[in-house]
Design a protein around this ligand. Structure first.
Ligand SMILES: Nc1ncnc2c1ncn2[C@@H]1O[C@H](COP(=O)(O)OP(=O)(O)OP(=O)(O)O)[C@@H](O)[C@H]1O
Length: 308
């Protein structure tokens, strides 16, 4: 229970969370073991790809100490609007079809967030209970590295979490930690939609040789060893990093680049609903208009599609 909260408040908050989450089709946690491997990059670009294909998407930034989603979407100067004596928040609309909820909208740019676990748990639950997303096809939840308070709170609080996407580089040190994210998802009973190997090779602009700066192939190998789906490799591209600093959609700016193509292909896999977890089938509750794929057995909206 969040610190300082009595039982009745907790029940009311759980009810509010369920009410909000019931209006959202697929709820996906993006996580990694190691820091800086590209969770926010994958989150933001998947969101843009899904919106480009007609879905409505929300991003919940649970990286409370380093909330970068708003900056990468170019909406960091926005402020949250509230209603109902501050009890209802309205996520910021980064572009039509894409809403964002982040602590970045409520704090000064240089302010550190010096919070221990109970404060973080309370803040995430408050986002989930009080943010009015309306109806969405997807909620993508960006997280800090590791398997701590933030990931645990998301997994234990969001009813029918669709699954996790685990981001890693191909480097052995990153893979070591990504394996922990796989084990964490299994321990939580949450489906693993798949693994993305980010910064996977850099094409030298001069000689066109692929340079394995952070390794290549480690993510796929781990997937084979651990029996989880591999979603794809996203190469390292300097203009992608520059687009993020400028708060622009790289998919919009460079739709044909290898990174854009890889990110769009990953979004298509997710949106097709065909990703299969090693743990349980990742069929999706609350089908979205842009999203559903028919049950592979009977081609209809049968109970197997709802994970029942
Ligand atoms: N494929 C890529 N090509 C070029 N730059 C990239 C790529 N992926 C990520 N980056 C850059 O690498 C840095 C780290 O990426 P990002 O912030 O997405 O990682 P993260 O895992 O969310 O980090 P943290 O663990 O700090 O939350 C950022 O500056 C981002 O712009």
């Amino acid at each position: 229970m969040a610190e300082g909260m009595d039982f009745a408040q907790k029940i009311a908050e759980d009810k509010a969370i369920r009410g909000n989450m019931d209006k959202i089709g697929r709820k996906i946690l993006i996580m990694s073991g190691k820091g800086g491997v590209g969770k926010t990059t994958v989150t933001v670009n998947l969101a843009n790809a899904l919106v480009d294909s007609g879905c409505t998407v929300g991003i919940l930034d649970t990286d409370l100490h380093g909330p970068n989603v708003a900056k990468m979407l170019g909406c960091e100067k926005e402020i949250l609007t509230t209603e109902n004596d501050g009890k209802t928040f309205y996520p910021v609309e980064a572009r039509p079809g894409l809403k964002v909820m982040s602590l970045a909208f409520a704090i000064e740019p240089d302010s550190p967030v010096v919070w221990r676990g109970p404060m973080k748990i309370a803040a995430i639950r408050q986002f989930l209970a009080q943010a009015d997303w309306g109806e969405l096809d997807y909620l993508l939840i960006d997280s800090p590295p590791g398997t701590g308070d933030e990931q645990l709170t998301v997994c234990q609080t969001i009813p029918e979490l669709t699954g996790t996407i685990i981001v890693t580089t191909g480097q052995e040190v990153a893979i070591l930690d990504a394996r922990r994210s796989v084990s964490f998802s299994r321990k939580m009973g949450v489906a693993i939609l798949g693994v993305v190997e980010n910064m996977s090779g850099f094409i030298c602009p001069g000689c066109k040789t692929e340079i394995p700066i952070f390794g290549i192939g480690g993510g796929k190998k781990m997937c084979e060893q651990m029996g989880v789906p591999f979603l794809g490799r996203v190469p390292l591209e300097v203009p992608l990093m520059e687009a993020e600093d400028a708060g622009k959609s790289y998919l919009g700016m460079q739709p044909a680049s290898p990174s854009s193509a890889a990110l769009k292909a990953i979004a298509e896999i997710i949106n097709s609903g065909t990703a299969v977890s090693s743990h349980r089938s990742t069929d999706f509750a609350g089908s979205a208009s842009c999203a559903p794929s028919a049950c592979s057995s009977c081609s209809s909206n049968c109970s197997s599609r709802k994970g029942e």
